[in-house]
Design a protein around this ligand. Structure first.
Ligand code: ADP
Ligand code: MG
Length: 749
């Protein structure tokens, strides 16, 4: 007996009321079309007056903490270290007082396990006292460290093999906040052996690696630089769908994407949605989630319609990367919560609908010194521009040398549908620089020679370097097809999918760049030791790096077929297969890089690969189960019912007309009956074959082999079954079709 993997409330209602499935669809459509915008209660004060009201900011720390406790937190943030245990009780007590003043009753460590979502386990502040009353209690121990019994979170086998449990530990560099009535304490999640079980731990390590390496290089130019932080601004794309329609689509509910659905006659062809008028229901939703974001100190700034119908984007002002990462995760949570109130569902999936654009999350990335210099902003003088160029070429060479690793940080089952589909960059990693920057690099390559430069040559070169236009106004929008673009004062990693935790690509990028900066400095030092003057040595290394990474630079159309061919000639890799792309995580280069930079050890890398492969397998498994059930329980019964209507019709024709007329008049119906029969049979056969394929794959023990089996033997059925169903959708009477159609999902507000 085949298992049925879902039982909708919808289906139950139908059974109870003896209704047809299609009735549910029409009820949902009716509900969705008749909704009015929700009223949003705006705070009566200016945004600046309530911004960050639910965050334990420095200002609030000063108010609630002793000077000693405050200094200790600041010191921990500055050095990236743990707080002094001696004062942790004082800090906890101040934090508790603030949280209770703001109405909090619970606290939790809030962390980023490798599921990609965030995790929390709330505990109440109150504790029974000895005289049978209760008191509010929260001490330093609870603030600094917790041991959630989180044994069901993914660990890639690490905790089983090495330690039974993991613990969470406070990350003082991201401020505590109140969500609902819970004090949430941003934390790392580590095994007792010290291996990371989350995204935040290696992210913090990578930020420290890039800080150290960047300060080293900056000090050639400016001794006052003692800290370099990473700036990150995430442009979050998403789809909205009415929740009544969402609930009538088990595939959306269980897999975040539609597994079937014929494309709508009109979708994004006219580009009339992009940057268009934002529907009122949507504006109300945006307005409300922005208010909630402001209370949590998330500086959401930009909102607009995206290319596909019902697709939108929001972007905050960039912030320090660890905070920006926490904020992106929080923002996604807030959006989901607020959407409920507005009868929407937010879809963060990279490709919820076939044939319209999917969603990404562009990561705008830069390095900023404690002296206020953005290292990717061309400066006014030759000196600042040499600094700029040094960092600039280091990033380009990093992308070139670690293209496979960079790709491994953004691939997933969801992103697979999007990458290379002429809506997002292909799986080839290249860097867009823009005309001006390409010209300058070419100049350097031709002018700098291995021999000692004459004073005139040096002056000339310096003049050129000093002439980099300070602002490159149209650089930001010039090439939207590039996976990694220089946009005037930052790099923009555009291949990142909309649903993922940005810590994943970020920690890879940081680590790569850190290693390049170290190499850059090592090369310069070597030249200086051999008697070359500092400026000239720097120029020579800039030239060397530029030449070494020449092939990764590409300003043309990344979506074109010619580029794929050209890239191959240039020796750039193009890996479309997710599982193959993921293996770069444990390549010898990756192991060397991450261990040398002390960001991830070999166990952690292996565990990460295993977790990603498992995620991939399980998601295909779920999609395949859902599609199988939909096909058998929703689609085929409907199709047979319609087929019966046609058969009855043909029988009637035979009764009414003479043989000659009957033969002429029944042609179309008979064709339809035949087509329905053959397509329905195909669906049936393929679903059964898919179930067999799953059965075979399920007994495989090895994670990698199982994932491959799922990818090669199960996944193809998803498209094949869908193909037949989408054709059937076009034949069957619209009134009978059980699931909301694309034109309903995509256009109803
Ligand atoms: P676009 O769609 O043109 O790329 P958006 O305004 O949607 O631009 O988003 C740009 C993002 O880049 C914002 O989050 C912005 O704060 C961020 N950003 C701007 N300058 C920097 C910088 N120097 N470092 C990192 N992010 C930056
Ligand atoms: Mg944008």
């Amino acid at each position: 007996m085949k298992k049925n993997y879902f039982c909708d409330e919808g289906q139950q209602m139908l059974i109870k009321n003896n209704l047809k499935m299609s009735t549910l669809r029409f009820r949902a459509v009716e509900k969705a079309t008749s909704r009015q915008p929700m009223e949003v209660k705006s705070p009566s004060v200016k945004t600046s007056e309530y911004f960050g009201i639910n965050v334990f900011t420095k200002k609030k720390m000063q108010e609630y903490l002793s000077q000693e406790a405050y200094n200790s937190v600041m010191e921990a943030i500055r050095k990236g270290e743990k707080v002094d245990r001696k004062v942790s009780n004082q800090i906890a007590s101040g934090m508790k007082a603030w949280a209770i003043d703001r109405g909090a009753t619970h606290y939790t460590h809030w962390f980023h396990p490798l599921t990609g979502a965030t995790a929390e386990k709330h505990d109440a502040f109150f504790e029974p006292a000895s005289d049978s009353s209760v008191i509010e209690n929260f001490d330093g121990g609870k603030l600094v460290q917790q041991e959630p019994d989180a044994s069901s979170l993914p660990s890639g086998g690490m905790r089983n093999t090495f330690e039974a449990r993991g613990y969470t530990a406070w990350d003082p560099s991201s401020p505590a906040f109140i969500m609902g009535n819970t004090l949430s304490i941003p934390s790392v999640y580590i095994s007792f052996k010290g291996d990371s079980l989350d995204y935040k731990t290696p992210l913090l390590r990578s930020l420290e690696a890039v800080n150290k390496a960047a300060v080293g290089l900056c000090n050639y130019f400016d001794k006052n630089v003692s800290k370099v932080t990473v700036g990150l601004g995430c442009e979050q794309e998403y789809f909205l769908v009415d929740d009544a329609l969402f609930n009538a689509r088990p595939d959306l509910k269980l897999t975040d994407r539609t597994l079937m659905g014929h494309s709508s006659a009109k979708d994004q062809q006219l580009s009339d949605h992009y940057f268009g008028y934002i529907p009122m229901r949507v504006t109300a939703f945006m307005h409300e989630f922005e208010i909630e974001a402001y209370k949590l100190g998330i500086p959401v700034k930009t909102r607009h319609n995206e290319v596909a119908p019902n697709q939108y984007e929001c972007a905050p002002v960039f912030e320090e990367a660890n905070l920006a990462t926490d904020h992106n995760q929080l923002l996604m949570t807030i959006m989901k919560k607020v959407a409920k109130k507005h009868n929407f569902k937010v879809l963060f999936h990279e490709k919820p609908y076939k044939d319209v654009n999917g969603s990404g999350k562009h990561c705008n990335w830069s390095l900023i010194t404690n002296t206020g210099i953005n290292l990717f902003a061309p400066g006014k003088t030759p000196k600042t521009n040499m600094l700029f160029l040094s960092f600039f070429v280091a990033v380009i060479k990093g992308v070139y040398e670690y293209q496979d690793l960079l790709r491994s940080s953004i691939v997933s089952l969801g992103n697979e549908h999007r990458l290379g589909a002429s809506e997002a960059p292909p799986a080839i990693m290249s860097v867009f620089l823009g005309e001006e920057m390409n010209k300058i690099l070419e100049e350097i390559v031709t002018r700098v020679s291995g021999r000692k430069m004459s004073p005139d040559e040096k002056t000339e070169l310096k003049l050129d370097v000093g002439n980099i236009p300070e602002i490159m106004p149209d650089n930001t929008d010039r090439n939207r097809t590039s996976p990694f673009a220089f946009t005037g004062n930052r790099f923009e990693f555009r291949a990142v999918g909309s649903s993922i935790n940005v810590a994943s690509p970020l920690l890879v990028l940081n680590t790569i760049v850190a290693s390049q900066l170290i190499e850059f400095k090592r090369e310069v030092d070597k030249l200086i030791e051999s008697g070359v003057k500092k400026d000239e040595a720097i120029f020579q290394v800039i030239k060397k790096f530029t030449l070494a990474a020449k092939n990764v630079r590409f300003d043309g159309n990344n979506y074109s077929e010619e580029w794929a061919k050209e890239a191959e000639k240039l020796g750039l890799t193009n890996v479309n297969d997710v599982l193959e792309a993921l293996t770069a995580i444990v390549s010898p280069e990756s192991r060397k890089l991450f261990t040398e930079m002390k960001v991830l050890n070999e166990h952690e890398l292996e565990a990460r690969l295993e977790i990603e492969m498992e995620k991939y397998t399980k998601k295909i498994q779920i999609e395949s189960r859902v599609l199988g059930d939909l096909a058998i329980n929703h689609v085929l019964p409907t199709v047979y019912r319609y087929q019966n209507v046609l058969i009855e019709n043909v029988k009637g024709l035979k009764e009414v007309f003479s043989d000659g007329d009957y033969e002429k008049l029944s042609v179309t119906q008979l064709e339809s009956i035949r087509e329905i029969s053959s397509r329905a049979a195909m669906v049936n056969i393929k679903v059964n074959n898919m179930i067999d394929a799953r059965r075979k794959a399920n007994v495989i023990e090895e994670v990698d082999k199982k994932a491959k089996e799922y990818s090669n033997e199960v996944k193809p059925y998803l498209d094949e079954i869908r193909y037949q169903i989408d054709h059937l959708e076009m034949i069957v009477d619209d009134e009978m079709w059980p699931l909301p159609k694309y034109r309903e999902l995509l256009f109803i507000r």
